[in-house]
Design a protein around this ligand. Structure first.
Ligand SMILES: Cc1cc2nc3c(=O)[nH]c(=O)nc-3n(C[C@H](O)[C@H](O)[C@H](O)COP(=O)(O)OP(=O)(O)OC[C@H]3O[C@@H](n4cnc5c(N)ncnc54)[C@H](O)[C@@H]3O)c2cc1C
Length: 494
């Protein structure tokens, strides 16, 4: 039986472990942290249970596919609630817009915010559906050579939808110049660590996936899925070891032989799949003589995604006026995004994502309490921000906005609090430059064929799974990545 070592128990690592074990490989997962899950982790303290990373589940089919591949049914094992509206959007001028999946309700909302825009919405959604079809043609496949990009149907869709244009400008034009609607229908690129002012219009496909395919909440939170995958892993005979940081991938004569842990222990393997950040893996786990295609200079030139500051609050009140998910857009949204992506400075007025899962799932907090999760995108660590000094400043700004949106007396009702900083992403997960959602941003030259491949070019038996390789960032993408790397390994090893 061939031995596989997977470095990292993120969602991608776990999904690959399940799939490979089901195909008869003998899989061991080695995770540096005390708890599996990676960026999809959880804190359980004082009666609160908070997902620390992802909270939004879209493209549910990608998750279901992992379960189908091992003969299981996700929907029989985890209970899901569909969210609608997907988000409430708060603008700086105290107005709001609810982004519904229900097309009729969504049309009413956009008409309320910008009269006459209902027809524009229908055109925008049809156009975004075409971009989704275009994008998925490049997402759902492995790449070997550049000609794999040649696809006449996709080229026609690319030209029809002008997916190569600038995202924010195209969306603003689609909604007759309405800044409020342009923000509401373009911010989704932030989930890939891309500013809508810099992203390709192609990424309207995420808006489509969100609104048309639906958004789900697994009861117990996203970590409930990680727990279930761990349970299945145990049943299937996968070995998952925590507190087991890998220090080196052992390579002899151009082939992997296993890995060496920080403790000095060597774990032999025929195949190593790294779920740790790809740039980190090459730089720190593969000796330079075995990565001529990925020297330090190339890794430095890559374009890294943004980071984030998170505040988790337990409060001794409930808030019937809140939606499960919300976004707050600061007055100078452009300046906020430029600070994150261009000038790389601490944003003066951060925009943020507010998740209040207790609206749907009160079991996450003691009775009569609420859980608030606030995520403000921030520059990554290349900005050189001193986070010991910056964290209290950002916290104060976020609380000032929560006083407006949630509760003017919120400070008096906080009974539990934790934060999470860009430095924590580096320390906990070896996230390159403390990037939050994933390491490599999704510009054209870091997507599809141009994203680092899931097979190392210079070492036999070394593969990648997760956000660092294709298709890229986000939970559905890392599930698809687990399928792609499994297909690749099966082609080469069976
Ligand atoms: C705050 C936040 C909010 C997000 N929101 C969403 C969302 O709502 N929806 C969504 O779809 N996505 C979201 N994302 C993105 C999503 O969480 C990630 O893209 C995805 O979880 C990445 O999974 P992965 O399997 O690639 O790896 P990771 O989760 O990054 O896991 C990699 C694992 O490797 C381990 N590791 C690293 N180095 C070593 C080593 N040397 N030895 C052993 N183990 C090692 C790490 O500890 C980690 O456990 C969010 C991310 C963050 C941080």
């Amino acid at each position: 039986m061939q031995q596989v070592v997977i470095i990292g128990a993120g969602m991608g690592g776990l999904a690959a472990a399940l799939r490979l074990q089901a195909h008869g490989f003998d899989v061991t997962v080695l995770e540096k942290q005390p708890r599996p899950g990676g960026r999809s982790s959880v804190i359980e303290e004082c009666g609160f249970r908070v997902d620390t990373g992802p909270t939004i589940l879209v493209m549910k089919d990608a998750f279901e596919d992992t379960y189908r591949a091992i003969g299981e049914n996700l929907n029989e094992r985890v209970e899901f609630v569909r969210l609608d509206p997907n988000y409430r959007i708060y603008y700086h001028d105290d107005t709001h817009l609810d982004l519904y999946s229900d097309p009729a309700k969504l049309a009413e909302e956009v008409e309320r915010v910008a009269p006459g825009s209902g027809a524009q919405l229908a055109r925008f959604m049809a156009d975004s559906a075409a971009k989704y079809a275009l994008g998925m043609a490049f997402v759902e496949r492995n790449y070997t050579q550049i000609t794999d990009l040649a696809n006449p149907v996709a080229l026609r869709r690319l030209l029809q939808t002008r997916a190569y244009q600038n995202l924010y400008r195209q969306v603003a034009r689609a909604f007759g110049g309405s800044d409020k609607l342009a923000k509401a229908f373009s911010f989704h690129s932030m989930f890939l660590g891309l500013s809508p002012f810099e992203a390709l219009a192609m990424y309207s496909l995420i808006t489509y996936a969100d609104l048309a395919l639906g958004m789900w909440y697994p009861l117990g939170g996203i970590y409930r899925i990680v727990e279930d995958m761990l349970h299945l892993a145990q049943q299937m005979g996968v070995t998952v070891r925590t507190n087991a940081p890998v220090e080196q991938i052992c390579i002899e004569a151009g082939r992997v032989r296993g890995v060496r842990l920080a403790s000095g222990e060597e774990v032999p393997a025929d195949i190593v799949v790294s779920n740790a950040d790809l740039p980190y893996t090459y730089r720190h786990l593969v000796a330079p003589e075995h990565r001529r295609s990925y020297p330090d200079a190339r890794l430095e030139r890559m374009d890294y995604a943004c980071s984030g500051y998170l505040l988790y609050l337990g409060v001794d009140r409930t808030y019937p006026h809140l939606q499960h998910q919300a976004l707050y857009f600061s007055e100078d949204y452009r300046a906020n995004l430029d600070a994150i992506f261009r000038t790389r400075t601490l944003p003066d007025a951060p925009s943020f994502h507010l998740n209040v899962p207790t609206v749907t799932d009160p079991s996450l907090a003691p009775p009569g309490h609420s859980l608030l999760y606030v995520l403000a995108p921030m520059p990554n660590l290349t900005a050189g921000i001193d986070w010991e000094a910056a964290a209290p400043v950002v916290r104060e700004k976020l609380l000032a906005q929560l006083e407006r949106i949630v509760d003017p007396d919120i400070r008096e009702h906080i009974v539990w609090e934790r934060d999470y900083r860009p430095t924590d992403f580096l320390h906990d997960f070896n996230a390159a430059h403390g990037t939050a959602f994933g390491s490599l941003s999704h510009g054209f030259f870091q997507s599809a064929y141009f994203r680092p491949h899931n097979k190392a070019p210079d070492v036999d038996g070394l593969y990648f799974v997760g956000q660092g390789t294709y298709p890229g960032i986000g939970l559905p993408m890392v599930h698809i990545s687990s399928r792609l790397v499994t297909e690749r390994i099966l082609e080469e090893w069976s």
